[in-house]
Design a protein around this ligand. Sequence first.
Ligand SMILES: [Mn+2]
Length: 321
Amino acid sequence: MPHAITRAVSAARVILLTAPDLDGDAVGAIAALARAITLRWPGRRVIIGVDEPLPERYRSLADADLFHVAPDLPDAPIDLALVLDGDPSRLKAVAPFYQGARLRGLVDHHKSSVHADVDAPFLDPTCSSTAEMVLRLCDHWGVPLDRQLAEGIWAGMTFDTSVFRYRLTRPATLRAAARLLETGIDHARIVEQVLLSQSADKVRLRGVMISRMHIDGRLAWAALDAATVDGTETGGLVDDLVFIEGVEVGALIVDRGDGRVKISLRSRGAVDVSLVARGLSPRGGGHARAAGATLHTPLEAAARATVAAARSALAGPAAGV
Ligand SMILES: [Mn+2]
């Protein structure tokens, strides 16, 4: 039970909520947690501070004006800072605000967050999504589920499980999902906006990725240069690599054009790609079946390192759990 976090929230007056990546789970979880805290403790001031503006596709879940982009955060001494859906080492401009808080906490389901050293951790790597953990907090706090809470939690849960397809979907996930639908939310519209709807550029980029893909035994990988990507969002493209027959690990290597190369990894076999990601970079990590890392090398070197690490993980006897 999340007692440490409950004590920390109830004792705080100003609470900062943040996340390293604004994906569907992070945004849904932040929106729902901000509401749950203000419903349970009406006097609390909740500040949402992040490293990037709220992406367009999530604007039906939360008011974009409430997402303050660091360093432009409201000037207030922060009693408690909570990082959601990722660990504090991955925060960028918002990191000094997080570190400067009197107490620091975490609400997360990433396996790699066990390394985070915080005052009030609430970590469950068996949970489908951080949003599902926020529902547990609502129940623990006696906050009744309403449509607005349910929309955020549903968005996070369906985003991270790809609509209940992935292994972390448990009986408890589906029971929780049923409760969310009982509030009367437009569940199909949320899935469409958060997960299914894509820009034409992204669909075209998927075609390029597939045409450039390499299949190397049980590994499928593709590398995309910065000119080809041209700022297009690449989230989820790697899923098309891992579900090829005979493939167990998919790797997408994307040159961001700013000196960083983003590695996205997926596994559907014995390989724990969070360990592969961590081997590539100390800040890499994630889940056993979905992980990532950022490298500061040229694209070719990043691709070589990724392919070598994935091959050795596929060959290794320690390809655990
Ligand atoms: Mn998540």
